[in-house]
Design a protein around this ligand. Structure first.
Ligand code: IFM
Length: 460
């Protein structure tokens, strides 16, 4: 039976992006180098040797891009700030021209009645700080708080929503464990230290933002989360799924929402975490007004002793739909949101260990890469993305129907852009970008999203 899925009046519809993926202008107006600038300029790191040097030139075309957001009817735009534009050496001297850019962007958004959601860190650590050890070095967390203060002093008269980090787990694991992201390091203890310091830096920055903000603000964080399923109902597979869930989801959710660290559950990490997690760290980390959930796919695993610590391997179930990067599994977003609500939020308000304040929940990224192209008439008929969005947003609605108070949904991404180690091979945008000419074209999915925003829902 078809019915209209209506969303609450105040529901926020937006799109997200990140500095390195869209801005370009990698060495303009006093910007310092980031670890991504270094990484992409070394051969072998990115498909076809592509870089974000120019990306989609948003640094120069931000007005045109805000006009597109307006045409799409967005309520909000989540962007990230490049730390090395503001503090080229990571700490110390401030680059006014860098601050000016975000100042102009925020003004342009507000002029067009689009609420800016700023994220302070989306993978692009200043190279100068990596040279001093990067995220595995505890000092980086304090440097981050200083950067947060500088940017808050400049923008908080207009900017109300502040996300400290985008996907700290990915920053730590892809950057310091798998080495697939900058800085390209493969070192387990370094990755674990990096993750703890990223989380600590969230707490320190939250304190700095609240202390220097010129109006009441919301401070949040955005996490990459994925519900983990066992390949079979055997005890071994179920245990494997539980271990992977701990590593993938609980290493960020538990410290942020419960003030505990699941690191202790792994013998090998236990020792390290004792010296790593200093008294008071967990209390500092557990502070949140807004939890951003990024969902793309579920994770299915089976027991596999070949892999140390986790003793599990990912499998890709037959018979489901896949994109160029992941399995497509819409129910996963429902299961994730309801799980977070029941396990982390719901038991707390009354019980012991209650959160001081229950944070709000938003979907801060969801989307699918599609090999889109312009048709003969200049249109991009991306039905596959529309299907993906319909099915996923319907599952968000289902979670809300069951009581999970989701406040908004941000599509990843506004425009096609630089997909990290995959270069420009994966198109995630509602807006098609011709990477040669930089011409933008709203895709059919963008038109569909606009109708959803206008009607605040859709028939399903
Ligand atoms: O492009 C990325 C983004 O930078 C972080 N979240 C996942 C997206 C798609 O891979």
């Amino acid at each position: 039976m078809i019915k209209f899925l209506a969303f609450p009046k105040e529901f926020v519809w937006g799109c997200a992006s990140s500095a390195y993926q869209v801005e370009g202008a990698w060495n303009e107006d006093g910007k310092g180098s980031s670890i991504w600038d270094t990484f992409v300029h070394k051969p072998g790191h990115v498909v076809n040797g592509e870089t974000g040097d120019v990306a989609v030139d948003h640094y120069h075309r931000y007005k045109e891009d805000v006009a597109l957001m307006k045409e799409l009817g967005l309520d909000a735009y989540r962007f990230s700030i490049a730390w090395s534009r503001i503090l080229p050496a990571g700490t110390g001297a401030i680059n006014q021209a860098g601050l000016d850019f975000y100042d102009r962007l925020v003004d342009e958004l507000l002029k067009n009645k689009i609420e800016p959601y700023a994220c302070l860190f989306h993978y692009d650590l200043p190279q100068a700080l990596q040279d001093k050890g990067g995220w595995p070095n505890r000092d980086t967390a304090y440097a981050f708080a200083e950067y947060a203060r500088v940017i808050t002093e400049r923008l908080s008269d207009r900017l109300k929503v502040w996300m400290t980090h985008n996907e700290p787990w990915v920053s730590a694991m892809a950057g310091y464990f798998a080495g697939e992201h900058a800085p390209g390091i493969k070192d387990v203890p370094a990755a674990i230290k990096a993750l703890h310091h990223l989380l600590l830096s969230h707490g320190l920055a939250a304190e700095a933002i609240r202390a220097s903000a010129r109006q009441p603000v919301m401070v949040g964080i955005t996490l990459n989360l994925s519900p983990v399923y066992p390949a079979s109902q055997s005890k071994k597979d179920r245990d494997a799924a539980s271990r992977v869930d701990t590593i993938l989801n609980r290493t960020t959710l538990d410290p942020l929402l419960k003030g505990t660290s699941p690191f202790q559950e792994f013998a090998i990490v236990k020792l390290l975490s004792r010296s790593l997690i200093k008294p008071g760290d967990l209390e500092k980390i557990r502070t949140l007004d807004l939890l951003g959930v990024n969902y793309y796919a579920r994770t299915v695993v089976k027991h596999d002793p070949k892999f140390p610590v986790v003793a599990a391997a990912q499998i890709h179930p037959e018979g489901n739909e896949y994109s160029g990067m992941w399995e497509i599994y819409p129910e996963g977003i429902y299961e994730l949101l309801t799980r977070i609500w029941k396990e982390y939020f719901f038991p707390f308000p009354a019980g012991e260990g209650a959160l001081v304040k229950v944070p709000e929940i938003m979907v801060t990224e969801n989307g699918v890469p599609v090999p889109d192209g312009l048709d003969f008439d200049g249109r991009v008929r991306d039905e596959r993305r529309i299907r993906y969005l319909r099915n996923h947003i319907a599952q968000v609605h289902r979670a809300m129907d069951e009581g999970v108070p989701v406040r908004g949904y941000f599509h990843w991404s506004l425009m096609d852009n630089f997909e990290w180690a995959l270069g420009y091979s994966q198109r995630f945008g509602l807006v098609y970008v011709d990477f040669r000419t930089q011409k933008r074209t709203i895709k059919d999915s963008g038109q569909w999203f606009t109708r959803v925003i206008q009607e605040n829902g859709f028939e399903y």
